[in-house]
Design a protein around this ligand. Structure first.
Ligand SMILES: [Zn+2]
Ligand SMILES: [Zn+2]
Length: 285
């Protein structure tokens, strides 16, 4: 039986970046039935340490985040992702889902924007490398927007595969930094669920399997939904299908070791409908 961790903090269901519209208002109640399963462990996301933050971000940026009232949940958001990746990297969990109140992928070394405060994924990688004896990570970003902060921070790191679904097609010389243009697909029309899923299967899965990461990280936004702010025309049905592909890819690529990090998306109804399904998939049928 898979051991699945769920990282959450009550502040994520209150007002913050990405929870401005109280998108997680129905949590934790909406996942109560999953938390009761014997193979699922609940963790209250701890605050990330200043020591770790300063390994990724500038002191000036930390001051700016501290002054931004919408970043009040940033410490627990990043801290949950950091612990989730560490527990999976150490083999204490097989996979995990990390809720957040403030996003991460638009946070670079010295800047943050777009509902993001600290770069949760990069902080988690830095921490896991130092503490868990792991080195290689595959990061899939299916938020609607380009993960500019993450890309800036890992640009020159050959041990991180970063496949980002956004508005350009590009592959770095060493093949580890990949952008997949899904905006063009949305403009063409057609069955977006099918087209998008086909790109995940084609552009991410073989690369991840060949890369052999220690841990796979999926930066999962549902702002791509046809009714949300980054719409790429995806329907609710698409997300569990993406999850299925990513879980299978992680089985082949990283012995099942997978951390799902919540990204963009604003609607409470979508969060309540989609997230428990993905948690269920992580924990196994
Ligand atoms: Zn986004
Ligand atoms: Zn991108």
């Amino acid at each position: 039986m898979r051991r699945t961790g769920i990282f959450y903090h009550p502040s994520f269901s209150r007002r913050s970046y990405l929870t401005v519209g109280r998108r997680l208002a129905d949590f934790p109640a909406a996942m109560q039935h999953i938390l009761e399963r014997p193979n699922v462990r609940y963790y209250e996301s701890p605050a990330v340490s200043e020591e770790l933050l300063l390994k990724v971000h500038t002191p000036l940026m930390l001051q700016q985040v501290r002054r931004d009232p919408f970043c009040a949940t940033a410490w627990h958001s990043a801290g949950g992702v950091v612990q989730a990746v560490a527990e999976v990297a150490a083999g204490n969990l097989d996979n995990a889902f990390a809720f957040i109140g403030a996003g991460g992928h638009h946070a670079g070394r010295g800047y943050f924007w777009g509902y993001c405060c600290f770069n949760d994924v990069v902080l988690a990688i830095v921490n896991a490398r130092e503490r868990c004896g792991v080195r290689r990570f595959a990061v899939l970003d299916t938020d609607a927007h380009h993960g500019d902060g993450t890309r800036e921070l890992i640009e020159d790191d050959p041990d991180i595969l970063h496949v980002c679904f956004c508005g350009t097609d590009a592959v770095s010389a060493d093949g580890t930094k990949v952008d997949v243009d899904v905006y063009a697909l949305a403009e063409e029309g057609g069955d977006m669920d099918r087209e998008y899923l086909a790109r995940v299967e084609r552009e991410f899965v073989p690369r991840a399997v060949a890369f052999r990461p220690d841990v796979t990280i999926w930066y999962f936004g549902f702002d791509t939904h046809l009714m949300d702010y980054g719409s790429l025309g995806l329907s609710e049905r698409c997300y569990p299908r993406i999850a299925e592909v990513v879980i299978k890819a992680a089985e082949e690529a990283s012995r099942g070791r997978l951390v799902v990090v919540l990204g963009g998306g604003s609607r409470t109804d979508l969060a309540t409908a989609i997230i428990p399904k993905i948690l269920q998939q992580l924990a196994g049928a």
